[in-house]
Ligand binder design. Structure first.
Ligand code: ADP
Length: 266
């Protein structure tokens, strides 16, 4: 088989996007979409930057809810889908918007893949400083082929989100091996749900048993950057459920997230 013609179209659709970062996870439920949303919000605090968030997690697109735009409609013109704006400099496009357009698109592998490719090549982003891509979780062949497609279309790098537990890290290992195989640069790992901040006493306790040395040691062994840890904070979950901007919330998770965001930019 020759080169995928869609790859060139995707690359051309993203040509005015300076940094394209895909957010990956080995498992679902580890907070990949939450972290994607928080990173987008954190980047968008800088009004001089133009940010895009693309949600291709067709298994359960969360960004319309998380970004407070779930009732918005997306429109298609001759030049492509116009994203919705969660803020002046923060454009959001989600599989959720398209599924609302055509519920029948939900199932059937071929159509799903078609949907993904259309997304990547038909969204009118304009010029962006950062595009974050919230991708489907997992390490199945289908997920891996999406990652490989993104890599071929010029993705800058990947951030992997995990919880501290052993089962999560086993899948991360598989994800890492794949990224190395397709030569996709790993910007680093973010450890989510790394502890719990008690809302009464504001002290932090560990919820998940740290797997053999934890994520930090795992990163050292695998020679990837450890970007930092975010604790579980019910205020984060609440903000995600209501779509409010969590950047003003007084939470150690937000403080740490902002530090991680600075690291990704440097
Ligand atoms: P994934 O995208 O990996 O499937 P989500 O981002 O949807 O996971 O997160 C799963 C649930 O956990 C959501 O309800 C989300 O709000 C919540 N959550 C994720 N990270 C945190 C955190 N650090 N503190 C509190 N709740 C969190």
């Amino acid at each position: 088989t020759g080169p995928d013609p869609d790859v060139a179209k995707i690359a051309s659709c993203l040509q005015d996007v300076k940094n394209k970062v895909v957010i990956l996870s080995g498992k679902g439920g580890v907070g990949k979409s939450t972290v994607s949303s928080l990173l987008a919000r954190s980047l968008a605090k800088n009004e001089e930057l133009e940010i895009g968030l693309l949600d291709i997690d067709i298994t359960g697109p969360s960004q319309p809810l998380f970004m407070g735009v779930k009732n918005e409609e997306v429109h298609k013109s001759a030049s492509g889908w116009t994203p919705v704006y969660a803020d002046e400099n923060l454009a959001v496009m989600s599989a959720g918007f398209l599924l609302a357009h055509d519920a029948a698109l939900v199932w059937g592998g071929a159509r799903k893949n078609g949907l993904l490719k259309n997304f990547l090549k038909e969204v009118e982003w304009g010029a962006l400083d950062y595009l974050l891509i919230d991708s489907p979780p997992g390490t199945s062949d289908e997920h891996m082929s999406t990652t490989s497609l993104l890599k071929d279309a010029g993705i800058t790098g990947a951030v992997i989100v995990t919880t501290p537990s052993k089962v999560a890290l086993i899948d991360v290992q598989r994800q890492l091996a794949f990224c190395q195989k397709v030569d996709l640069k790993i910007l680093g790992l973010i450890e989510n749900m790394a502890g719990f901040v008690c809302p009464k006493c504001t002290k932090e306790s560990e919820i998940f048993r740290k797997s053999d040395g934890g994520v930090e040691e795992f990163c050292e062994k695998n020679d990837v950057a450890y970007l930092g840890a975010l604790p579980i904070d019910p205020k984060i979950c609440q903000a995600m459920d209501t779509g409010e901007n969590p950047m003003d919330i007084d939470s150690p998770a937000i403080t740490k997230l902002n530090i991680i965001c600075d690291q990704i930019q440097s």
